[in-house]
Design a protein around this ligand. Structure first.
Ligand code: GTP
Ligand code: MG
Length: 600
């Protein structure tokens, strides 16, 4: 064998009775992959029971043996050629196969699709093609089987080929080849068949050996989902270790890396193993930690990529194919959690493009919910932009699971990034404004009464600055000036309004959203609201800003990188005193005509 360790998973699909099991039985028998004496034993059994021998019986015989003791989710067989080992998955029970494929438990790298030459293209032949495309299986060979029943006719073969090719074109699948075969007679399986001399292409086995192995993990672009950030606790030591497991690619000391979605850049300074000698290069597989210089502020859940390589997408809307396991159907408008690599994000089902019932493979183009064991093509939207890949580019960061109420309710793969589709928050705000039940007091009335306009002020700071101190100081100063000001603490929301919602306690994204909604209500009440959020990032600010519409937020930033692209913000020097900072904030408020002193 060229590469004794190389192994490839192939799935075989096709309409019932079109000959899948016979193809597998033949491949096992003719490559000498059957246990000693198995073929004879099955033949003898057939004779004893006076029924004609079938290659498909070989599979049953094998499975009876294998099934003792182990449960087999999908029927698998093993065979090997000169080139490598194969696992061939017969997928009669579609549910398990689909589930395993989308959750990543099993992954077929290539597929054989069988069509009976005598019966021609059937509905299932099309559905199976569609499923293969949904699952992102790109290497497909179509076997036109039972050519013996149509006198090995080239005309019949070309007709089926033309018809099925036209269908595959619609779903953007380009099969590697169409091969005319007779599985029962063994024509064109292992070697070219004299009966099909008009066909010049490869045999099934040659074609299978021709499938490309997916790229080795280390040869793909770098993807290291950040699991955690460890801090050194020694005084004055501000180093951090960025920890995680490299999924793909490799990275070395001195490499420039970029964290997504925050897009922060830095350089790898050292690679820290756990109980192992220092290394210069890190590869996929083991947990690893990095120190970086310059020091940057990033969060767990981000994906570390390498400068100059293909980066992940950053976005909030994507087309996905998912398999639903939840007891309750997946519906629009409900909030789910999406877990992609180490990141967790709030996600909504925005649109259902197609639902396929995995038990009978019937399709519904306009379903309004995704039920248990459905496979669906749909558009998902996160509240906050996330970093992801499309599975066809990089698999590990193109897969996700969906969680509802702490339970896994689905798994899926990302097929396409859909940018500029409007964000979930934006859609929410439009809907919210539409249903907002307004009182009769206008903003102007309140401004005249309070001598200031409403303003939501968000104070944020880096790790060495607790923004609460400044926020509370600001509240005090404005209050003593006679303003209607209120300090809104994040934990007051979690422990108060959301006391019966324990999920929110561990979920910063949800806390931010609630802060935004409450900030909007209190702004509408005419108040100056001051909130403190440590380490606010640009996406979170974006959420707060959108939720606060039509009002505008003032951001006060101390001791951390500026948050890009904020129209109304104030940066405060690292060592500025509290009182001086408060004066600066007041100046900005005056300049922006929030504080209207001439009324006093
Ligand atoms: P299911 O598992 O039930 O979906 O069927 P399958 O696709 O596995 O088909 P299977 O291999 O069991 O074959 C179905 C029937 O077609 C059997 O009776 C086979 O002997 C017959 N058959 C398979 N291949 C050929 C062939 O090349 N020529 C002829 N004449 N019959 C074939
Ligand atoms: Mg079968």
């Amino acid at each position: 064998m060229k590469n004794a360790h190389e192994q490839m998973n192939i799935v075989i699909v096709g309409h019932v009775d079109h000959g899948k099991s016979t193809v597998i039985g033949r491949l096992l028998a003719d490559t000498g992959s059957l246990p000693e004496g198995k073929l004879d034993q099955v033949r003898r059994n057939c004779e004893l029971n006076a029924k004609p021998f079938e290659y498909a019986f070989l599979l049953d015989a094998l499975h009876d043996e294998q099934a003792q003791g182990i449960t087999i989710d999908t029927a698998r067989c093993f065979f090997k050629t000169e080139k490598r080992r194969y696992i061939i998955i017969d997928a009669p029970g579609h549910i398990e196969f689909l589930k395993n494929m989308v959750t990543g438990a099993a992954r077929a790298e290539a597929a054989l699709l069988v069509i009976d030459a005598h019966e021609g293209v059937r509905d299932n032949s099309r559905r199976h093609g569609y499923i293969l495309s949904m699952l992102g299986i790109r290497q497909i060979v179509v076997l036109v089987n039972k050519m013996d029943l149509v006198d090995y006719s080239q005309v019949v073969f070309e007709k089926i080929k033309g018809e099925y090719q036209a269908f595959l074109d619609q779903i953007h699948i380009k099969p590697q080849a169409f091969i005319p075969i007779s599985a029962r007679e063994g024509e064109n399986l292992i070697a070219q068949s004299p009966a099909l001399s008009w066909y010049q292409g490869p045999s099934v086995l040659q074609q299978i050996d021709d499938f490309q192995k997916e790229k080795r993990k280390e040869d793909q672009p770098l993807r290291m989902p950040v699991q955690d950030i460890y801090k050194f606790t020694e005084d004055g030591d501000d180093r951090r270790i960025v920890a995680g497991t490299i999924e793909t690619g490799r990275v070395g000391v001195g490499d420039e890396v970029i964290f997504l979605p925050s897009q922060k850049r830095t350089v790898i300074k050292s690679i820290e193993g756990f109980n192992e000698p220092l290394r210069m290069v890190a590869e996929p597989g083991r947990p690893v930690g990095f120190t970086v210089a310059p020091q940057i502020y990033i969060k767990p859940g981000e994906i570390m990529c390498k400068d100059g390589e293909l980066l992940t997408h950053i976005g909030s809307t994507f087309r996905a194919n998912l398999f639903w396991l939840g007891k309750h159907p997946m519906i629009r408008g409900k909030r789910y959690k999406l877990k992609l690599a180490t990141n967790r994000a709030t996600v909504y089902l925005r649109e259902i493009l197609m639902v396929l019932d995995a038990s009978d493979l019937s399709t519904q183009p306009h379903a309004d919910a995704i039920c248990r064991h459905d496979v669906a093509e749909c558009v998902l939207q996160t509240v906050k932009p996330i970093a992801f890949d499309c599975t066809q580019d990089i698999e590990c960061t193109g897969r996700f699971v969906l969680i509802d109420d702490y339970e896994i309710v689905g798994g899926g793969i990302i097929a396409e990034s859909l940018d500029n589709a409007g964000s979930a928050i934006n859609n929410h705000v439009i809907q919210r404004e539409y249903t907002w039940d307004k009182g009769s007091i206008s903003v102007e009335c309140r401004t005249n009464r309070f001598h200031h306009k409403p303003k939501f002020i968000v104070v944020t700071g880096g790790e060495n600055h607790d923004p609460r101190e400044l926020a509370k100081g600001l509240e005090e100063a404005l209050f003593h000036e006679g303003r209607n000001v209120y300090y809104l603490g994040l934990s007051s929301i979690v422990g108060g309004l959301e006391a019966d919602n324990p999920e929110v306690r561990e979920d910063r994204e949800e806390q931010i959203r609630r802060l935004g909604e409450l900030g909007r209500i209190l702004s509408d009440a005419g108040l100056i609201v001051v909130a403190a959020v440590p380490g606010l990032d640009e996406f979170e600010l974006d959420i707060l800003r959108m939720l606060n519409e039509p009002y505008e937020i003032l951001t006060v930033i101390q001791g951390m990188d500026p948050i890009v692209d904020t129209p109304l913000n104030l940066r405060i020097g690292e060592n500025e005193s509290r009182d001086a900072s408060i004066e600066k904030i007041k100046e900005v408020l005056q300049k922006n005509e929030v504080l209207l002193d001439y009324y006093l």
